[in-house]
Design a protein around this ligand. Structure first.
Ligand SMILES: [Cu+2]
Length: 110
């Protein structure tokens, strides 16, 4: 599960880098415009591994038509929460599953 998510993320990152002819992640503002349109920026506020939940203060999430806010998300797999802690800046993907907003991929932002 984790391996698949990572592969997807790396693919998205590679596509972004290729599109911008950049070797490293460009400034955040540029990423927001050019990255795969379902990668959102956020900052972790709380991780609840037992419940499989994460609270993220996030920017606009175009994939689910959501403006900036702080909210709780479910996670597609508890493994996604490994290594994450409050205060981490993250890039993540969200899907709406059965009416709930669920993080399907997440990684720390550089
Ligand atoms: Cu939200």
């Amino acid at each position: 599960m984790k391996r698949i998510a990572l592969t997807l993320l790396l693919s998205a990152m590679a596509a972004t880098a290729a599109a911008q002819h950049a070797h490293h992640a460009p400034a955040a503002g540029t990423v927001a415009q050019a990255a795969a349109n379902d990668m959102a920026d956020g900052e972790v506020r709380k991780v609840d591994k037992a419940a499989g939940k994460i609270i993220i203060r996030h920017g606009e999430i175009k994939s689910v038509n959501m403006g900036p806010m702080t909210m709780v998300f479910g996670v597609k797999s508890p493994a996604l929460l490994e290594g994450l802690a409050a205060g981490d800046k993250v890039k993540f993907q969200v899907a709406q599953i059965d009416g709930d907003y669920v993080v399907t991929a997440i990684r720390k932002a550089k």
